[in-house]
Design a protein around this ligand. Sequence first.
Ligand code: ADP
Length: 311
Amino acid sequence: MTTTLLEFADVHKRYGKHHALRGLTLSVPAGTVGLLGPNGAGKSTLMKVLLGLLPFEGTAAVLEHDVRAEPTQIRARVGYMPERDCHLLGMSAVELCSYAAELSGLPPSEAMQRAHMVLEFVGLGDKRYQRIDGYSTGQKQRVKLAQALVHDPKLLLLDEPTNGLDPAGRDEMLALVSSLPSRTGCSIVLSSHLLHDVEKVCERAILMHEGKIVYSGTIEALRKDGQKDVYELRVKDGEERMQKALEGRGLRVEREGLMLVVHVKDARPTELLFQVAAAEGLQVRHLSPRRLTLENAFVRVVNEANEAKAS
Ligand code: ADP
């Protein structure tokens, strides 16, 4: 069984003088991965490298197949949903999907069968013979997902899959995408500037900034790491008193409704908080390390990268 999804060693990409990817070295296990970063960070360039569409320096492998030496194996195993439209004028959904399946190596009859199946799955069954040019934005996004899925790939590369969708359409698209790993066992790399999309679909994240990887790991760890020494605390009927008691011990405390956010640098922080509550005769209802939103964690990682560059 393949367990390594992506593997790069010292990958560089230069567009003339512009150094767009600056020495990426990384190994990512199978699963759901968000590729996040501000505009210009290098996400699309990295996707194109993985798809074998751009020359680059260094080595890169997708599903343990070398990007340069094994393009056919990669095409058979990877589905790609590009950011922009990818159909030819006048084509119907069923034509596009069966064509995409044949390009990935399926024989024509199987390609056609898969095209019908996958269009049903994305909810375009009754529109499959209509020209894609006449589709709404939401339907165009669905047909792009369908053509990426048609050959039952082991890895789906999705570039901004919710672009142009309204909130309801976005939720539907994310629900479709999130259902795929358990249905088909595929892995997903989702490139997006929308943290919300990544959080809905992915367990891991790769954060890119100015052509470098500034974080790779689980989203959970990224959010936890973000706020060391900060705890969320709720007590039964006495948050005012608890806040005063903590501040009396020199701790910084912020209020979020009934929740106290306590900054505590101590070898045994939770014991200390329990002790203060006990001394006040208060019952602790909730105590946990503060988790950052993905957005805050992202800002923190990028700030740290900027500070490291400046020093
Ligand atoms: P992202 O997808 O994160 O927005 P890109 O990979 O598109 O970033 O771009 C990374 C950097 O490389 C940007 O500064 C962009 O201007 C530059 N770049 C991208 N494509 C080209 C190209 N074909 N020629 C020259 N520069 C490019």
